[in-house]
Design a protein. Structure first.
Ligand code: NAD
Ligand code: MG
Length: 385
């Protein structure tokens, strides 16, 4: 059997490094063809030496010489800069892109890979939040599968196996509630980055960890679900489930609900997307019903966690509003991580930016890119960056 040649965009991140663990554990199934990193040259070099890819990209051009020198004795091709991401995405020599860059930066390389007819294992949810209609349309045109890596969407995708003729009534995304579940605005006012970075159930990159604390992550995931599964906004629901054992659910037209369950471990959805339609045996810890005897559920508190309310508004209105929401959120989270603004200020930045940028009902790709730029500079001006 031919090995699947994987291109990991964002290989030094939380998803990227876990994907490399999956590949290392399954050398008979996968090989590494491309690795990319933004600024962590040390780790990228180590990964290149270990997995011997055909090509790598270091985003930060100042680090090119160091990386090139460290790999001088190998035949790994080294590229640098943002443009190089799109160039290697257009290579013919890989089978699947694992899109694991964080944020808007993941959009263009993913579009290139789709145009290049490569299968996509999609971790980068922002890609669908920004331009989900265009991404999914291009995927259909090019007959490219977009396989979800996000655990909720992987859960839904797994529930849908064998159900292709059965319409979905609704999907129910589960949310852990993050570190501040049950807290009120007077508490959130004084929350600092280090506290917000402590997620109860998952260890992830900084941006998504803050998004989980504000519940913006769940809002982005609602939009992601709409595009992945071709749903109307009202078919996408959220329930808080603090144990993170049910990863999400699908309700069909007969009222029957399917759930996908397991211990929270991103390696599972990563390997499911990489090996689909097969399951790969592993010895990860198993969920034991006798040890966890309560699975609980509650409504999200939209009055306290207003980022989720704003995301739902953008989901309902559509057009360029999710793109604007996403851009303002990326700036707000960036500023919060540097202690430049408070936890609740993030919501104000997003809300004001959503009011400021002109609404476009059916944006072209260029209009999405312009909306993103406009939203970023307005959000930055609010924070006086
Ligand atoms: P991370 O911050 O740990 O890693 C991000 C990766 O992207 C790094 O390799 C970094 O070098 C690269 N990168 C960052 N900025 C870049 C830029 N401007 N240009 C090019 N490359 C850049 O992030 P993560 O937690 O691994 O998340 C990656 C994506 O997967 C995000 O979209 C996130 O929402 C999604 N996701 C993550 C998890 C998780 O458990 N970490 C779960 C579900 C979905
Ligand atoms: Mg998720």
């Amino acid at each position: 059997m031919m090995k699947k040649r994987i291109a990991i965009f964002g290989s030094t991140g939380s998803i990227g490094t876990q994907a490399l663990e999956v590949i290392e554990a399954n050398p008979h199934l996968f090989e590494v063809e491309i690795l990319t990193a933004h600024s962590n040259d040390e780790l990228l070099i180590q990964q290149a030496l270990k997995f011997n890819p055909n090509a790598i990209v270091i985003g930060d051009e100042k680090k090119y010489a160091r990386v090139k020198e460290a790999l001088a004795a190998t035949d790994v091709k080294v590229f640098a800069g943002e443009q190089a991401l799109e160039e290697v995405a257009a290579f013919d020599t890989y089978d699947m892109m694992l899109a694991a860059i964080v944020g808007f930066a993941g959009l263009q390389p993913t579009l290139r890979a789709i145009e290049n007819r490569k299968a996509i294992a999609l971790a980068n949810k922002e890609t669908l939040v920004v331009a989900g209609d265009i991404v999914m349309r291009k995927a259909v045109e090019n007959k490219v599968p977009v396989l979800p890596v996000d655990s909720e969407h992987s859960a839904i995708f797994q529930c849908l196996v064998g159900e292709s003729r059965n319409p979905i009534e609704k999907v129910i995304l589960t949310a852990s509630g993050g570190p501040f579940r049950g807290k009120k605005p007077n508490f959130l006012l004084n929350v600092k980055r280090d506290h917000a970075l402590q997620h109860p159930n998952w260890s992830m990159g900084a941006k998504i960890t803050i998004d989980s604390a504000t519940l913006m992550n769940k809002g982005l995931e609602m939009i992601e679900a709409k595009w992945l599964f071709n749903l109307r906004p009202e078919q996408v629901r959220v329930v808080i489930h603090p144990q993170s054992i049910i990863h999400s659910m699908v309700q069909f037209e007969d009222g029957s609900i399917k759930a996908q369950m397991g211990l929270p471990d991103m390696k599972l959805p990563i390997q499911y997307a990489m090996a689909f339609p097969n399951r790969i045996p592993n010895n990860f810890p198993r969920f034991d019903f006798r040890k966890v005897n309560t699975l609980s559920f509650e409504e999200p508190d939209l009055k306290t966690f207003r980022n989720l309310a704003l995301a739902i508004e953008s989901l309902n209105k559509g057009g360029n509003l999710p793109c604007v929401l996403n851009a303002a959120n990326e700036i707000a989270v960036w500023a919060f991580l540097r202690n430049r603004i408070g936890f609740l200020d993030m919501t104000d930045v997003i809300e004001k930016t959503m009011h400021y940028v002109p609404f476009i009902e059916n944006p072209t790709l260029d209009e999405y890119l312009e909306s993103d730029g406009e939203a970023r500079s307005y959000a930055a001006s609010l924070i006086q960056l």
